[in-house]
Every structure is written in C-alpha cells, then in structure tokens.
Design a binder for this molecule. Sequence first.
Ligand code: SF4
Length: 390
Amino acid sequence: MKESTEETVWQVRNSFLGVYVHFPYCFKKCDYCDFYSEGIGASPANDELSLFSAYQKEVLERVSHFPNLRHRTIDTVFFGGGTPSKAKTKNWSHFLEFLRSEFNVSRDVEISIEVNPEDLSSQLLDEYAKIGINRVNVGVQTRNPQGLEYLGRHYDKEKYDSLFLTLTHSPIKRVGIDLMYGIPGLQRSDFLSDLHYFLEAGFPHLSLYSLTLEKGTQYSRDVKDHKKKEPEESIQSEILTTLPELMKSHGYRWYEVSNYAKPGFESKHNLKYWTFEPYLGIGPGAHGMIEGYRYGNPRNANLYQKKIPAKQYEPVTPNSELALTLFRLFSPFRYLEFIETYLDKSSQTKFKETINLWEKRGLCTVSNGIFQWKKEALLLLDDLILSIAN
Ligand code: SF4
C-alpha cells in the first residue's frame, strides 16, 4: 500500500499474512444471514473453551502443512462471525498471545473485532483496547425497530440507544459501522436518517450494504412462501448511486463498492480479500488462501472440533479469482502489476483488451498502469466483473 496526499493506490503486497477467526455463535440467527452462525440466546456457548483450543490446533496444523507460513509477518487479525463479541475477552487475549508466540507479528498490526450492539459497552471496549484490539466494527444494520424485526434481528432498545455515546467515547478510535438499505417497508429517508446519525459522529469507517436474498436463509423461504417481500431494488439502486457524492462531501473515500473510509482508516484486513493477499481462515465455516491454495472449513462447530480439517486444499485459479475480487475496488490500483504478478500471458492479454474496451465505453480511467472505475460502472459492476472473469 502506498499513501499519497491525494489517494491511496493499492498495489501487490503478498509477503504478509492476515488471520481471520470465525466465532460462530450469535444471540439469535438473523433471517437473512447466510454466514455459518447459530443463535444461542444470551448465555455463553457451552463449547467456547474447546473451540478456542481447536483454533490453536488448526493454526498449528496449517503451519505444519505449509511451514513457509512461519516466515510471514502477520499484519492483520480479524475476529469475525457469528458474533465474536459474545466470546470472553480473555479467550481472544489468549489466542493473540498464542499468535505472538508462534509468528512474527507486525508492530502496527491491525486487530479487528466485530461487535453486536447487545454486547457493546464501555467496559468491553476498554477490555479490548487493553489486549491490543485496535479496530471495532459494529453490526448496526438499521436503528429502525420495524426494520430490525423484518430482518429477524435481535433488538435491544437500550443498547441501540446508547451505542452512539459508547462509541464516541471509545478508547479504540478505529470504529466501523455496518448499515443496510433496501429493507422492505423502509424508505430511502429511513436509511439516510440512520446514515446521517452516524456521519454526525464522524466514525471513520462505514460499510453500506444492500439487503440481498441468499439461498437457504429463513428470509428466502419467507419470500418464497409470500410471507415477506424481496429487497426493495429500486430504492437500492437509487441509494447506491447517491452514496459516492454524499460520502465524499463528508470526507470519506469510496474504496470498495460497499465501503467508505476516512483517509487511512480503510480495513487493512478486508483489503487483503480484494487485493489477493494471503490469509489464514480459522474456525468452523472459515475460508483461507495460503501459499497458492484455498480451503474451506465445515460449517459445523461440533464436526470442526472433532476433526481439525487441514488436508484439503484446492489450487488457486487466479484468472477468475483475481477479477472477482480486485475489480470490487473503487479506489485506484496498479492493475498492470496485479495481472503481471498473478496471471498467465493469455489471461493478461484478455484483461488488457477488456480494460481497453471499458475505457472506451467511459467506465474507467487507465493511466500509467493504474486503473480506477468511474461511477458510471456502478450499476453494471456485477456483469462487468463476470465478463472479465470468464
Ligand atoms: S448477528 Fe450477524 S452473523 Fe449472527 S446471525 Fe445475525 S447477521 Fe448472521
């Protein structure tokens, strides 16, 4: 990554390592969620200790399979889920100690955790700051109680009302908020009112997602049974195209299709997925990409703990995978460097030809090996990415 006063230009950066850890338990399974997660109410998970011990076993098994991993420096750690804020802080602390004892960890490592509003408190943030967590991402989705109910999401009024104040006094300054739009029954103005509420606080990172209908979820079954409506697509397109200017006027950079950050506050960990950097994925339902291979763990916490899966690896196929990730970036990136590092000659030619066509159609700018989408590409993005990936 190279910082400039104008804009960060992303470049190939593949000698570091990110670590993602999946904690699969939540207070309640949300109806739209297709991550591997299980709703268990307010109590702690029965198997929390053994799950954390399985995390360590999995790291060691992956390292024994790819000893080269030890030569990498960990520069990002991300505790995701599920709801990782449901787990005891001391277990995350032990896991971080374990990583530090096994790997080189960069001095300016980014350590993030996803927090759900029901768990958020000043005390929790203090605990996180003490163990070295320096970025929190809060899954708010919407502050509208009807919207949360529609999503089948747990709502704790007191916590939703106090989260603004708790986060503005947080000892951890890298705060991200996730908001969702296109929830049936809510209007554009409902979303904008949520957004302005958080813009006022100046939290440095906002992930602004549209609600999607994912196969196998309760929401998709409810839509099929005509109990619920599909996401509001016309409102979604309208919001999607309004956001870049609106966010820019508040000092945010649009760096990925759904992600906005104040300069320097981008999620270093999530950027790894989009810029094809290696990462270990640990825990049930986690995916990883290390040393040119991908793997995925079973979406079942019991099974995962019984038999740590460390032997099934698929070679990465960069020709399509690079396209599917890299072209989600809306900030500039050194596309020539990426394709020359990862692609074979014939794919390089295809990428260059397709990019030329896009440039002629006025969808992107290309200069000195640097690519950047124009906002005209936004509504066509999925098709454009598929056209270069296939
Ligand atoms: S809290 Fe997050 S991970 Fe858990 S069920 Fe809801 S959306 Fe999924």
